[in-house]
Write a protein that binds this ligand. Structure first.
Ligand code: AMP
Ligand code: MG
Length: 418
């Protein structure tokens, strides 16, 4: 018989705090720039030099001396060319101009550039009209960056601009927290791979697909361990192997009260530690957290919505901590319920909602249909989770609640509803 863990029926906040205390931040490693996208930087990056390293032209045109334009027009002798990529050996004397391309170092003698569009060639000479001031169309040495200037700080997400900046200052590798490898195990005798026919009583495994997607969105790398029967030996072997090969083990199902709910028993039989079990929330109550050989393990409930909400509330923050994120990123706002909701008084309820803007600019929350923990349609439509607090048994239409935006999904969500 499985032992009861010391921490049963914790509140969401207590459980999250325990989990976050116990998952490690992964040790930084050196990562090639081309593989660092989305990782979290673990060092400070400075510019080794002024940038640009020399005054250069911001336009394609002619390098000139502004004093030659005192009358508002000049006809200048074209004495040569300056290209990006090398320092010109020619200089510009009074009455002369040098053809120049964008990014080419300014030649000695010239203090401005005129755009080719504002000029016309007359034989070997160029005519330009208009006022030209000193420095016009010239990018100054050091105007973008100064030698020694800090450009990236630890904790920075390596987004496109950050990668570009690292490359700009010449870095080919960066010290980053590695992407957490996350084992995804679906347990349950009733499960069948999608694509295969179902016998009576069987269902297709959907949790491994939702969880693998959520792992990716949270910055982890899912490692698929497939479908596992509800047999102690099978579960023990898969748990042992997944804890050896990954940074975090995620299981779905087999953690509630049923006779075939053997995930906790398998963990303990392997000498692992079960730290907490069951959280005062809905959906997602039968959640387990523990560790095996120092590798954290989170046992999510089997119901498809429960496993997704358990991921959102506990796994996502844990993964972000492991990946080196300094802070939670979810946007939270307050909004009014468009309809009344009954709830168990002792539990915190995460209601799946759509947001609609009212005429006065405030937000109203509409439940995404039936909220049963097996009804995945409620997640498919959800833009946000309304957080219905412990201590109340009913929320009325018009009540204001805290809302957590699931806006990481927006880029993926189709506008078309089935
Ligand atoms: P359990 O936690 O094992 O009692 O499972 C709770 C419910 O979730 C049952 O109705 C299971 O059939 C269902 N379930 C378990 N695993 C999955 C899965 N991988 N995909 C879809 N549904 C599942
Ligand atoms: Mg089961």
């Amino acid at each position: 018989m499985t032992q009861q863990p010391p921490n049963m029926n914790l509140s969401v906040d207590e459980a999250l705090e325990r989990i976050l205390q116990r998952v490690p931040v992964l040790e930084p490693v050196s990562v090639p720039l081309s593989q660092a996208f989305g990782l979290i930087l673990a060092e400070e990056v400075r510019s080794p030099a002024d940038l640009p390293g020399w005054d250069n032209s911001a336009v394609d045109g002619f390098a000139v001396r502004s004093e030659d334009f005192a009358t508002g027009e000049a006809l200048l002798e074209v004495v040569g060319e300056a290209y990006a990529g090398r320092i010109p050996d020619l200089s510009v004397a009074s009455g002369q101009a040098l053809r120049i391309t964008t990014g080419a170092p300014m030649p000695a003698g010239a203090d401005a550039a005129v755009m080719v569009e504002d000029t016309c060639l007359e034989g070997g000479r160029v005519r330009a009209r208009g006022r030209v001031s000193a420095g016009q169309n010239v990018r100054r040495a050091g105007e973008a960056l100064r030698e020694g200037q800090r450009v990236l700080l630890p904790g920075r997400v390596l987004d496109p601009a950050a990668l570009g900046m690292a490359a700009t200052v010449g870095r080919s590798t960066l010290r980053c927290h590695p992407r957490p490898q996350v084992a995804v195990l679906s347990t349950g005798d009733e499960l069948v791979e999608p694509g295969l026919p179902l016998r009576p009583g069987q269902i297709h495994d959907s949790n491994s697909y939702t969880l693998e997607g959520l792992v990716r969105l949270a910055g982890g790398e899912p490692v698929r361990f497939g479908l596992l029967e509800d047999r102690l030996e099978v579960l023990k072997q898969a748990l042992r192997r997944s804890a050896e090969e990954t940074d975090l083990v995620l299981t779905s199902a087999g953690v509630s009260m049923g006779e075939r709910d053997l995930v906790r028993a398998a963990l303990e039989a392997l000498g692992g530690e079960l730290d907490l079990w069951k959280v005062r929330m809905r959906p997602g109550k039968p959640l387990a957290f523990g560790s095996l050989g120092g590798v954290p393990m989170i046992g999510l409930p089997g119901n498809p919505v429960s496993s997704m909400i358990g991921f959102e509330v506990f796994v996502r923050p844990a993964l972000r901590k492991m990946a080196g994120h300094p802070a939670e990123s979810r946007r939270v706002l307050r909004a009014r319920l468009a309809e009344a909701v009954d709830k168990p008084q002792a539990l915190r309820v995460f209601a799946r909602c759509r947001l609609a803007e009212s005429a006065d600019g405030s937000w109203r929350l509409h439940l995404t249909g039936p909220q049963g923990s097996g009804i995945l349609m409620s997640m498919l439509e959800a833009q946000a989770l309304a957080i219905l607090p412990e201590g109340v048994a009913r929320m009325e239409a018009g009540d204001e609640v805290e809302v957590r935006l699931l806006d990481h999904l927006e880029g993926w969500r189709l506008q078309v509803r089935p």
